[in-house]
Design a binder for this molecule. Sequence first.
Ligand code: AMP
Length: 451
Amino acid sequence: MTFQDLNLNTPLYNAIEDLGFVNPTPIQSKAFNIVASGKDVVGIAQTGTGKTFAYMLPILRHLKYSRQDNPRVLVLVPTRELVVQVVEEIEKLSKYINNRILGVYGGTNINTQKQAVAQGQDIIVATPGRLYDLAVSRVLQLKSIQKLVIDEVDVMLDLGFRHQLMNIFDILPERRQNIMFSATMTQDVDELITDFFISPTKVSIAVSGTPLENITQKRYNIPNFHTKVNLLENLLHNTNEFSRVLIFVAYKKMADRLFEKLEALFPGDTCVIHSNKTQNYRLRSIEQFGNGEHRILVATDVMARGLDIEDVSHVINFDTPEYPENYMHRIGRTGRAEKEGHALLFSTEKEQDSKDAIEALMAMRIALLPLPDEVEISKELIDEERLQIRERNNPTKRSLDDDVGPAFHEKKAKNKKENLGGSYRREIAKKYKKPKTRGDKNYNRRNKKRK
Ligand code: AMP
């Protein structure tokens, strides 16, 4: 596909030509018509795939010239660096278009931003917190927003911006197009889509289900967290083979918990990255892992996206990712530059379905290894595992031994009342002893006769 195949206009063609771009990227070709249609859209694409233009091209194509001061397009992104970057990209595309674009983010003088907003804007690119502050101050009016783009939603939710997003949704016009881009599919992203999007169309560049040939994949069935740690300990003692190990976990709490365990077992060997760590901490961890100071890095999916580290000997999936695409992204961190890489997958009983989905995506089975004899099978469960067991038995179905017995005290009189509904009608009926409505003539006649 070429840019000629997209329904662009001359100012956009010319801007693209000036940039020297020849063909649209796959996500740009796929997203153009769908975004242009005005329907809610969820795009799954990583940074570097051209995702910014994927949503901006169709938006700019249909944004008409206007003199009104209130912005019509709102782009929310998680960090100020991204605000700057997205504004730059939009400006490049707008070289021959007369539109006003403003980037706003926290940590800078809000009054300067208020003045800029007051001058009138067409497109606002913002971090959620500052956007909300500006909206609450009433300088920024959101009533004309027609298109809401949320970029890097996975990072945004991982950083804890869900509440901020809810607040912003509340003050946006209900009739608007929602466009969302995320690099990874996570539980949080899935929930947000279900709660706030109207039957969105999904666009993604199919993640290749064909793993690199130079990555060997093996898997273990392991009953629980503590046994997984025991197996890790057993494997990681082999420092020659496991020379640079990237361990993936699904969420922050698990990352911290595993980091503590590994730090106790292999002091000074381990570092960790997830979104609750400061940017400096994360950068330092990545650097120390990259230069070999630390042999083991524990990371969450969202935070490990941008990692480009050479010579990772092993990728260990400490849990089995629910979205098979995440598995492909994870194992792609090893076996780079044609070197041999190894990927290991740990799955509990409960994770077997996810394991099956991964194998289905790759259209191949992952060889199962037996747990080494020396690895102790732990009976101890962590909180999440105990919770899951309770969920598996239907919690509303009580067995006899579960009988909770009588309440500690009698209910107070007012709590004993049963709500029968329609209280006013009942009161009236009691008072007049016969229906008050004219429609009940027959009933009245019958009663009269009896008297
Ligand atoms: P993004 O994924 O939006 O962060 O974009 C990654 C980089 O690719 C940016 O520097 C864009 O300017 C560039 N880019 C976007 N679309 C194209 C294209 N069709 N051809 C070549 N480069 C592109």
